[in-house]
Design a binder for this molecule. Structure first.
Ligand code: ADP
Ligand code: MG
Length: 367
């Protein structure tokens, strides 16, 4: 019998540790875009432009008009666990921002090349810096320690990511194999954000192309963005739900658009966007919940006695102290108190309103 030699236990190289951690958060171009859009939203931007090359594998550039990154913070902005959104763990119980882990820029800088140009209102000019493996690097061959360099720029931040997974072969091969699928996820992700954040103007454009793939004007409403992006065949058949109720004397709000029946298969011949049949935001955060999606589908299949794919766009506002957002690095799953009760309330409201089925559609979600 052959005896397996036990390998010695060693700490991994610092670079590999960083790459493994980054790999948990950044799976494809859409993960980069989600993290960068969330940063622009946290920075109170009213305009967010996304430009891609090679479907986000070669370049992703996000330009916002938010508060900017102060010059003195730029140098260390890609250091892991560096954030200005919380200062201690207790802050998580009253979190107002989408980010808090201080991981996204650090992770992205470990699996791609990043350049950031940023200007706050109080600065006379913008500052630019490039990063690798979480650290600022020198743009030219200079001997002095690297520093952000002054440059021209508008108020706000521009993050340019290039060569995604250049140093992560298996992830790159997988992303290239699924290039079109991943790009459809990018489109549907930006559509979901622009529908919910209807007061922000979003533009998605391919580098070198004038006509955007997706554009919203920023002074719109949730309902009109659903119409613009997903078409009238869907929006003409939506029902609005707006309910406030209490659990344990604490306020809960549900705001939703649901379809009267099946989701239309095609928006228009020219549209590249596919309708995402289920979208859930909890306290302004895009959340995955296959259990709620299935229970909503079940209501329709019971009602219509057939397997149909309803459309639902839901926004829940819960007391922040009920929510634990620190479940996974991407923060796309959360735990919250009274989940069962809240899910069953949503199901009851949907069931009830589908029976009535004659609602007036108002224009705006309240954020
Ligand atoms: P987090 O969002 O969890 O704080 P990130 O790594 O995504 O971590 O960003 C680190 C920090 O960089 C943020 O806390 C914020 O202060 C700053 N930052 C990132 N992107 C922007 C942006 N677009 N505008 C202004 N500040 C930004
Ligand atoms: Mg962030």
């Amino acid at each position: 019998m052959s005896q397996n030699k036990i390998k010695s236990i060693k700490k991994l190289a610092e670079e590999d540790i960083k790459k493994i951690a980054a790999g948990e958060l950044i799976l494809s171009p859409s993960s980069v875009i989600k993290e960068l859009i969330e940063n622009s939203i946290d920075a109170k931007s009213s305009k967010i432009q996304i430009i891609t090359k090679d479907k986000g594998m070669k370049t992703i550039k996000i330009i916002d008009n938010g508060i900017g990154i102060p010059q003195q913070n730029l140098e260390t902005i890609c250091t892991r666990f560096t954030t200005n959104k919380i200062s201690k763990i207790e802050d998580l119980s009253h979190l107002q921002s989408l980010g808090f882990r201080g991981e996204a820029l650090a992770s992205i800088s470990c699996i791609s090349h990043i350049e950031i140009i940023s200007k706050t209102k109080n600065q006379n000019c913008a500052y630019k810096a490039s990063f690798k493996n979480g650290k600022i690097i020198q743009p030219q061959k200079e001997t002095s320690p690297p520093k952000p360099i002054p440059c021209a720029g508008n108020d706000g931040t521009q993050v340019k990511m290039e060569d995604l997974f250049y140093n992560f072969k298996s992830r790159k091969n997988h992303a290239i194999k699924n290039l079109n699928f991943n790009y459809r996820i990018v489109l549907s992700l930006i559509a979901k954000f622009s529908i919910f954040y209807s007061h922000i103007s979003f533009t998605l454009r391919k580098e070198g192309k004038k006509i955007p793939e997706l554009k919203t004007n920023g002074n719109s409403s949730t309902f009109s963005n659903i119409t613009n992006l997903y078409g009238k065949d869907l929006s003409n058949n939506l029902i609005h739900i707006h309910k406030n109720f209490q659990i344990e004397s604490k306020p809960v709000q549900i705001n939703a658009y649901i379809s009267k029946g099946d989701t239309p298969k095609v928006i228009s011949k020219n549209s590249k966007i596919k309708i995402s049949t289920f979208t859930l935001f909890i306290n302004n955060r895009l959340i995955l919940s296959s259990s709620l999606k299935h229970s909503i589908e079940k209501i329709y299949s019971n009602l219509f006695h057939s397997n149909i794919h309803p459309y639902s766009f839901l926004s829940l506002v819960l007391p922040t102290e009920w929510i634990d957002v620190n479940i996974c690095p991407s923060k796309s799953e959360i735990h919250f108190l009274y989940q069962k009760e809240i899910h069953s309330k949503i199901q009851n409201f949907i069931q009830e309103i589908l029976f009535q089925n004659n609602s007036v559609i108002p224009n705006q979600f309240t954020h």
